[in-house]
Design a protein around this ligand. Structure first.
Ligand SMILES: [Fe+2]
Ligand SMILES: [Fe+2]
Length: 193
């Protein structure tokens, strides 16, 4: 593992920033869902609280990875903050199905991002690679738990998941001012080269 080029170092810094923003958004989604679920869907609260605990640890891990990689939290965390919160709040109002459809859609998006990152980091940043690998285990558990709670997929549920996936994509883009797109492009270029 040699020295990183400037471009590679920038991509690594972007990975950390985008992930940190995403974890922060996940914290906000689960917080809002717990707020609603506590009143109307108490059965969902224990699992949601456990996931919230994981997201807090993930967020802290990426925050801790920042200084050594010349990365800072993105300037518009407010987008993620309120976007995530509203997404969590409204999906929770739809009931447990809304909650788990949201979790499944968000975690599936996250999982796809992490897979690409792992591929890029394997030869470039072992420390970050190890961090993301252990986080991915938990995100995968979240995804599986959500999918177990969802019945066979009807068209309405599919539409909901697709809508949330699009909303998540927009949030990621807005909150990182296109950093996520530049990151994805760099990862794709590395994969092809
Ligand atoms: Fe997470
Ligand atoms: Fe998660």
């Amino acid at each position: 593992m040699g020295e990183l080029s400037r471009r590679e170092a920038l991509t690594v810094a972007r990975i950390v920033r985008v992930n940190h923003a995403g974890e922060f958004g996940a914290i906000r989604i689960y917080s809002a869902q717990i707020l609603v679920a506590r009143h109307v869907w108490p059965d969902c609260v224990p699992s949601l609280s456990e996931m919230l605990g994981h997201e807090r640890q993930h967020c802290d891990a990426f925050r801790a990875a920042m200084p050594a990689r010349n990365s800072r939290p993105c300037r518009v965390m407010q987008f993620w903050s309120w976007g995530g919160w509203l997404l969590g709040f409204f999906t929770a109002l739809l009931g447990p199905q809304g909650i788990w459809a949201c979790t499944a859609a968000v975690e599936a998006t996250v999982h796809r991002h992490l897979d690409d990152q792992l591929n890029y980091l394997a030869e470039r940043d072992r420390g970050l690679h190890a961090t993301i690998l252990s986080i991915r285990e938990e995100e995968l558990a979240h995804l599986h738990h959500a999918e177990e709670q969802l019945p066979a997929q009807g068209p309405l549920l599919r539409l909901l998941r697709a809508t949330i996936a699009v909303a998540t994509g927009c949030l990621i883009w807005l909150s990182t001012w296109g950093d996520s797109v530049r990151m994805a492009r760099a990862l794709r270029a590395a994969r092809l080269s």
